[in-house]
Design a protein around this ligand. Structure first.
Ligand code: 4AZ
Length: 246
């Protein structure tokens, strides 16, 4: 997260950290953010899985504030399987969504605590007003040119852009589809950055945080007047239900 503030996981209890064990390199490497949407399912971005990892190479950690330091009450899971949207377009990042199923011996995977909790999915057709202030979180870079990810979870505040200000003209002639939405802040320059992908854009509605977007891509980080681009979650409610049931 560019700018923003350091945060505690208790303020973003649906935030997941996804790590990968490479076959040749030792250790576990931070891969992407994710969002806990039910006891056994985490949403993330399809582009995080372009290297076609095997499920057993992945590990999901919930309840962790510091990227590399175990949290007191964190919950770790192996991945049983993961599903990447079959129409994900690696050129445009259209359909940048993936679902990961956590491994568990019982029907439940995560236990709800102060630091681990699901995000609500929006009602079908939910359209929040333009410029609604929402929240992003992640363990990604502080600046686009930095070589390092953040040591600690951060949060940022961004506003939902009207569709008229979320076109290819506003994003260096890149393809923008209805499956994407833009959010940013032209004043504070809070923005998502590399390593935040797969993590949440949540907005308050009826006193609950609802998952509106998945951090997907952007032209650099925090460039003035250049919003970040998010997967438009309301377009995938059917896809999410179908794949959690199958
Ligand atoms: C990335 O590389 C990335 N400013 C994600 C979001 C944004 C930029 C880059 C938005 O994962």
């Amino acid at each position: 997260i560019m700018r923003g503030f350091y945060a505690d996981i208790a303020s973003h209890p649906w935030q997941a950290a996804i790590f990968v064990k490479y076959r040749k390199v030792p250790g576990e490497h931070f891969l992407c953010g994710g969002i806990l949407i039910s006891s056994c399912w985490v949403l993330s971005a399809a582009h995080c899985f372009q290297e076609r990892y095997q499920a057993h190479q992945l590990k999901i950690i919930l309840g962790r504030t510091y990227r590399e330091i175990p949290g007191k009450n964190e919950q770790q899971f192996q991945v049983k399987k993961y599903i990447v949207h079959n129409q994900f377009d690696p050129e445009t990042y259209d359909n940048d969504i993936a679902l990961l199923q956590l491994t568990s011996e019982s029907a439940k995977c995560t236990t709800e605590t102060d630091t681990v909790r699901t995000a609500c999915l929006p009602e079908p057709g939910l359209q929040l007003p333009d410029w609604t202030e929402c929240e992003i979180s992640g363990y990604g870079k502080h600046e686009s040119y930095s070589p390092f990810y953040s040591e600690r979870l951060k949060e940022g505040h961004v506003r939902l852009f009207p569709a008229s200000q979320c076109t290819s003209q506003h994003l260096d002639n890149r393809t923008i589809t209805k499956n994407m939405l833009c959010a940013g802040d032209t004043r504070q320059l809070d923005d998502a950055c590399q390593g935040d992908s797969g993590g949440p854009l949540v907005c308050m509605k009826d006193d609950r945080m609802h998952l509106i977007g998945i951090i997907s891509w952007g032209i650099g980080c925090g460039s003035k007047d250049m919003p970040g681009v998010y997967t438009n979650v309301t377009r995938y409610l059917g896809w999410i239900q179908d794949n959690m049931n199958s």
